[in-house]
Design a protein around this ligand. Sequence first.
Ligand code: HEC
Length: 335
Amino acid sequence: MISRMPWWIRVPLLFFAIWILLEYFVDTSGKPAVMEYPVTLFFLLLALVLLIAIEAIVAAVENVMFRSLSPEAQERYLANKNKKREWKWGKDMYKRLTRSRSIEREGEIILDHNYDGIRELDNVLPPWWVGLFYATIVFGAVYLVRFHILDDYTQAEEYEMEVAEARLAIEEYKKTAKDLVDVNTVVVLTDAGDLAAGKAIFETNCVVCHMADGGGGIGPNLTDDYWILGGGIKNVFRTISEGGRDGKGMVAWKTSLKPAEMAQVSSYVLQFQGTTAANPKAPEGEIWIDPDAPAPAEVQADSTATESEQWDPDSYSGETNTDWEGESSSTESDN
Ligand code: HEC
């Protein structure tokens, strides 16, 4: 097939096929490979030159061979070359599926009556149509037995099954897609690579206000147990994502950091806990005790008190999201 098309279709076709293969095999996470790695452009150029060269060589060889043929062989060659390619198999199939009569043979099936010159052909039902009709009967019978007699499953059950499957698929996907973390799903990252990335983010964005050792400056001390906006990975992630109280200087970083990056820097920030800064700022806020952590009995009694004081929605003029344990609609819609 490809050898029968003219060269000016064949060469571009092969060229684009090579290009598509290249884009498919060179992994560039979304961007075109030719933009990501300019060296691939050279490769494509080389492929194009090669295609044209092969085309030219084949044409030259054909020409030489043609000249060496005897005149009648030349004629046969030309006749062969110009023979119209017929798609015999396809045509036969079409005939068998329609069983239509050609116009020349219509006389064989014309009916006797004649209404003001309008006459009727007695065509058979086209086999494709008859086959389809029988197929629907078989389908109907199977369906009737399966769902009305044997009660295989109901539509509601089918829906439940598909939703359950989709949930599983989402869970699977979330495991591999780091950027899907939000305030509800974020966990402390312990991987050295994540913490190093968090450190880099902290050092470029946060040290001006929090100091490299977390001691604090414009921003509060991150090394002590006192938190203005709540400690623990979820609260810290939320503070970084949504920002602090209005006018305090802590902006919402969700516009400039990806969710995965915010999770990394949150985990890094929590590493400051218990360290001693060179110039620690005085504690601000309340001692934060993780409500999920198993704590000694007397501390637990305290923690309920601090927990309820820890967040005062009236002092927060930003988004009125007082549900401090998660379910943040604002972060969720971001992802
Ligand atoms: C412009 C100065 C500034 C920068 C830059 C800044 N912060 Fe803050 N940060 C603050 C201030 C001010 C607060 C206190 C907010 C409040 O009181 O509501 C704060 C609060 C916080 C808190 C909560 C502390 C608590 O006690 O609850 C965390 C966590 C935090 N910042 C992390 C970061 C991280 C991570 C970065 C870098 C991505 C960053 N900050 C960049 C000024 C800054």
